[in-house]
Design a protein around this ligand. Structure first.
Ligand SMILES: [Zn+2]
Length: 374
């Protein structure tokens, strides 16, 4: 039995857990702590010095990353595998799949997000993805990826600018995989055709784009105006100006989701580090991850999902509760999960915590009904 204040309705509740699920919710008396659904990150490349795309990734590394993530209130995440050679992508997916099945921490991995290699080859939209491995959508190759992942790929980010993209998207969607548009230079027609074929998400809209765009039409307006697309955004304080986030939220409303898109330096101390993608990067005291050679260039996000929730609340872009929902319940809703959150029958993936000096402190994390030893 756990007790505390339901973060949404602010009522003290007592929660009975059985078989890893919430069995019953009744009135409680404990007002010492808040109870919240666990955070769920749909896009994360690494954490606490561990790179999920690293060629030498070990189970010990992954356990370390999972524990560090749990300390920030995460009870579920999708390791994100980015553009690479087909062999490297398959190797990474197969390794992560094995960890998911065999480790006691494996249940934190709720599927995989494949970002690439079917993205735009153009500088700007391509971002930091290696050009030599970018390729046009290939259903046979995707099935090989899916086989290596034990059918665990649940989101694939593609650019619909390629010929045949709509056919690829339709096949993915029919197989139950969510298709996201991202790292794209697609035109209005191609974006509409992608949504028509079943694409349902825009990956980190406003990033992975040209530095300068025609005022209209452009692929940001086109995706904003397409009601069938949900949206993920990186609210770390560096990737998007608050005004852009505000407009995105106004347009997409209940279809806006927070992701960290964190790289391995997230959760590390400020300092200068050697990056796998080449060159030195600096993590500043403020949490900005930038290239040492040109500090104007971001080298990825170093924020935990919880940091982005706090950024949203601190800047008044949303309340803390709304931001928490964008980072917990909404990803589940997007994935068509039937039962989630603080309700009877939902998996008991919960966070207990309280505010201390204006910051939210995670005190206890419960995964599948078990209190995690942090
Ligand atoms: Zn990206």
């Amino acid at each position: 039995m756990i007790s505390g204040i339901d973060y949404l309705n602010k009522k003290p509740v007592a929660i009975e857990i059985a078989g890893g699920r919430i069995k019953r919710i009744s009135d409680g008396t404990n007002t010492e702590q808040l109870i919240l659904p666990g955070l769920f990150d749909l896009q994360i490349n690494g954490f606490a010095g561990v790179d999920f795309n690293g060629p030498d990734l070990t189970c010990e590394d992954l356990e370390k990353a999972v524990i560090a993530l749990a300390k920030t209130g995460i009870t579920g995440f999708m390791p994100t595998i980015i553009t690479n050679s087909p062999k490297a992508i398959k190797d990474r997916l197969a390794f992560l799949r094995r960890f998911q099945e065999e480790s006691k921490w494996g249940s934190f991995i709720c599927g995989f997000h494949l970002e690439g290699p079917f993205i735009s080859p153009q500088d700007g939209p391509r971002g930091a993805h290696p050009k030599e491995h970018v390729r046009k959508p290939d259903w046979a190759l995707f099935q090989e990826f899916q086989e290596a992942a034990g059918s665990g790929i649940r989101i694939v980010t593609v650019s619909p600018e390629w010929e045949g993209a709509a056919d690829f998207i339709a096949k993915c969607a029919a197989s139950g995989v969510k298709v996201a548009i991202g790292h794209t230079a697609a035109n209005t027609h191609e974006i509409q055709a992608a949504a028509e074929a079943g694409a349902s998400l825009s990956t980190h809209l406003g990033n992975g784009a040209h530095p300068v765009l025609p005022r209209h039409p452009n692929y940001i307006w086109d995706q904003l105006a397409e009601d069938r697309l949900w949206l993920t955004l990186i609210a770390d304080g560096f990737h998007l100006p608050p005004a852009v986030i505000k407009v995105f939220l106004e347009v997409k409303k209940e279809k806006a989701i927070l992701v960290s898109d964190a790289v391995s330096f997230a959760g590390c101390k400020p300092g200068v580090y050697e990056s796998l993608i080449g060159g030195k990067v600096e993590l500043t005291e403020e949490g900005r991850l930038q290239m040492v050679s040109d500090p104007r260039l971001l080298a990825g996000s170093a924020a935990a999902l919880l940091d982005t929730v706090e950024f949203m609340a601190r800047t008044g872009l949303s309340t803390f509760e709304q931001a928490w929902e964008m980072a917990s319940l909404r990803p589940y809703r997007f994935l068509d999960e039937e039962s989630f959150g603080i309700e009877e029958g939902a998996p008991a993936d919960l966070v207990l915590g309280r505010f201390c000096d204006g910051r939210f402190r995670v005190q206890t994390v419960i995964k599948n009904g078990e209190v995690i030893d942090l």
